[in-house]
Design a protein around this ligand. Structure first.
Ligand SMILES: [Zn+2]
Length: 271
């Protein structure tokens, strides 16, 4: 009997070891609200893909609702001023704006993107590098319980510094998938994100609803390596981003499943 129980326990541990070993990959697709067909395809690939909706896009409310009902995380893709000259979304945030103006824009964005649980920046190489400007953004966001995903469009970002004063959780992008809109280049970036996840235990990749990105995601998501688990960004927020648990000891695995193992033992001894 004891031997049998041990066998069940060992098999159980081996079967579950893979889950403990899996590295977490989060995919965020930005600029939602303009390309409905591509966006609905992306949502259909997995409920673990996080979608970032532009508040003033024509389809913002509808696509946020579709994504939420499908089980995907929805975040606000908040437009922020870039350094370069690019076409701007309505209500793009600038460092010179008053606290009151920033609050109005943030409140309005929250009302336009239903079900949002977080925010990330659309562009923002000028805005996110400005501590005072980001203070205003974080202060406005502190009225909601939302996390901030720093798209990291500039090296000297002040997102973390500004957020820390308001106790807002911050997480950072690791890889951009489609700076180059060629399928081979997007595939290479996807593989890079996988490598980073395997190395660090987790990685966040950001892409856009370009047709090339849709094609690469379709193939890559159907062929994810066994040691990669696609997760929602919120799963990386609630789990503190501690050092990788890629190589847990037998003791780690045993501790994790000791209770369940005891439950199984109890169950069997009742027979
Ligand atoms: Zn964007």
């Amino acid at each position: 009997m004891i031997k049998h129980l041990l066998k069940v326990g060992v098999l159980f541990l081996l079967f579950n070891a893979n889950n403990v070993l899996a590295a977490k990959l989060a995919l965020v697709i930005d600029d939602f609200g303009y390309r409905q067909h591509n966006e609905e395809q992306i949502i259909s690939f997995s409920d673990n893909i996080t979608i970032a909706v532009l508040p003033h896009s024509p389809n913002a409310r509808r696509i946020a609702t579709i994504a939420h009902e499908h089980g995907n995380d929805v975040i606000i893709h908040l437009p922020m001023a870039p350094l370069g000259k690019q076409p701007l979304e309505k209500d793009t945030l600038f460092p010179y704006m008053s606290e009151l103006e920033v609050k109005r824009i943030v409140d309005d964005a929250v009302s336009r993107v239903p079900y949002a649980i977080g925010v990330n920046n659309h562009m923002g190489s000028l805005m996110t590098a400005n501590l005072n400007g980001m203070h205003n953004v974080m202060k406005a966001l502190s009225h909601y319980s939302m996390f901030f995903l720093d798209s990291k469009t500039i090296g000297k970002t002040q997102v973390k510094n500004a957020a820390s004063e308001y106790n807002i959780a911050v997480i950072g992008r690791d890889v951009f998938l489609d700076d180059q809109q060629k399928e081979y280049a997007i595939a290479r970036q996807f593989d890079l994100a996988i490598k980073m996840a395997q190395k660090n235990g987790h990685a966040i990749a950001i892409g856009h609803p370009h047709p090339q990105t849709v094609n690469v995601l379709r193939t890559k998501l159907a062929n994810l390596p066994d040691d990669i688990e696609l997760v929602k960004v919120s799963q990386l927020i609630t789990t503190p981003r501690t050092k990788s648990k890629l190589k847990p000891t037998i003791k780690d695995i045993f501790e994790k499943y000791k209770k369940r193992f005891t439950d199984i033992s109890n169950l069997n001894s009742l027979e």
